[in-house]
Ligand binder design. Structure first.
Ligand code: AMP
Length: 421
């Protein structure tokens, strides 16, 4: 059979890198819980219309990146390309809003987008994120940004990261701005790329995202969305900026930041890394005050962010974040077949003390078992050889101190109980 491989754009997370994932996951879980957020886990696939309705029919995700298929019963299903839509669907379906006027949720898991794979861009990737439903106040915005900032800081990334902030305002503001932007761009649009020309007709705000330097130069003199904010938009945005200043949380206003998805309203933000090259967006989010209603729920304001775990890990590697490997505490060296039964019993008792205990199941020589213990960087080896079996003793090798002693088997548990590893 021809050698099997993982699909292009998907990656195995191997045992030698899992400690980094766990370190990040533990920072995320602890931080979210500190802010009173509770975890939610949603299915990997959903009805296709959930995403086309929320993310937007004209977005890149919906037009070309979704893994969709027709199920046996004819239903169109899709591997989730993002998680906010699923969380909102779940919020509505389970009436979470009736449990409390404010719902604070966090998640992490795999997502699927058929993008061109490159460093920091995969077809199956992972995100963690938070969503808060119920409050339309700027203190809710600052809470969400503060969670992101705390996670970035604990990951050692705060110094190499810029918070880009904008407000895309209310519906009224965006409608007026759309007209103004189109008026400004109409003399130039014939020389713009096909993508920008298409966006000019379908979603002109997205032209602000263009990667073309020539187009960006023209956009530098375009009208700014902030000039079209109504009173409520600007009061909200000003308060958010004040709160961020009070927290000494540095930010930079980026008038061209609109974010790719249709559901955003008001505050939008992105944390960009200085060390990630082309795919520099570590984390992005914003307000989506109309999304719950669009998906069939009661009008409910919402705000959240999503962060790419793979990109976080690349950035953490570059900033030399020290993720500790989880090595076993004890390696059980069993040098005699007739000692196997004792070794199994003692190992099992030691595990009941919450110790990580590994023993050999290959019946290798004592020398190779000790070599393995060394390789695994354990703190202790326990050795049961012929002498030990005959005398009901056990030899204890302490790798950290470089010492060795033989004790009665009956004292093993006491020894480890008194120890704080
Ligand atoms: P988005 O859901 O597009 O706003 O993306 C939020 C974050 O997810 C980005 O800032 C990235 O860190 C990450 N991300 C998005 N798309 C990919 C991808 N194809 N591969 C890896 N990470 C991604």
């Amino acid at each position: 059979m021809k050698k099997l491989h993982s699909i292009k754009g998907t990656h195995d997370i191997l045992p030698n890198e899992i400690h980094k994932w766990k370190a990040l996951e533990s920072i995320v879980n602890q931080t979210c819980e500190q802010f009173g957020y509770q975890e939610i886990r949603n299915p990997i696939f959903e009805e296709t219309r959930l995403f086309s309705r929320s993310v937007g029919e004209e977005t890149d995700i919906v037009t070309k990146e979704m893994y969709s298929w027709e199920d046996v019963d004819g239903a169109s299903l899709t591997l989730r390309p993002e998680l906010t839509a699923s969380v909102v669907r779940s919020y509505i379906q389970h009436n979470l809003g009736t449990l409390s006027p404010i719902q604070r949720l966090y998640y992490s898991g795999p997502l699927f987008r058929r993008e061109r794979p490159q460093k920091g861009r995969q077809r199956q990737f992972h995100q963690f994120g938070v969503e808060a439903f119920g409050s339309n106040n700027p203190e809710q915005d600052v809470e969400i940004i503060a969670i992101a900032w705390k996670i970035l800081s604990l990951c050692g990334l705060a110094n190499d990261t810029t918070l880009n902030l904008n407000s895309i305002g209310s519906n009224e503001c965006r409608n007026n701005y759309r007209t103004a932007l189109k008026n400004y761009l109409s003399p130039y649009i014939k020389d713009f790329s096909k993508t920008s020309q298409h966006r000019f007709d379908t979603n002109p705000l997205r032209i602000l995202d263009t990667k073309s330097e020539k187009e960006q130069e023209i956009l530098n003199d375009a009208p700014k969305i902030s000039d079209y904010h109504n009173k409520t938009d600007s009061t909200h945005f000003e308060s958010l900026k004040e709160f961020l200043k009070d927290m000494d949380l540095p930010f930079s206003i980026n008038h061209k930041l609109v974010r790719g998805l249709d559901y955003y309203t008001g505050t939008v933000f992105e944390f960009n890394s200085d060390n990630l090259g082309a795919q520099d967006a570590l984390l992005g989010g914003g307000r989506y005050n109309r999304l719950v209603e669009t998906l069939g729920g009661k009008p409910t304001p919402g705000i959240g962010f999503a962060a790419g775990i793979e990109r976080f890990l690349i950035a953490m590697e570059q900033s030399n974040f020290d993720a500790k490997k989880s090595n076993p505490d004890v390696y059980f060296v069993c040098a005699e077949n007739k000692a196997l039964s004792r070794s199994i019993v003692i190992s099992s008792r030691l595990r009941s003390l919450n110790l990580k205990v590994v023993s050999d199941t290959l019946r290798r020589s004592m020398k190779s078992q000790l070599r393995e213990a060394n390789k695994l960087k354990v703190k202790f080896a326990l050795i049961l050889g012929e002498d030990e079996i005959n005398n009901s003793t056990i030899t204890l090798k302490d790798f950290t101190k470089g010492t060795q002693k033989t004790i009665p088997q009956s004292e093993v548990m006491n020894f480890f109980e008194d120890l704080t590893i």
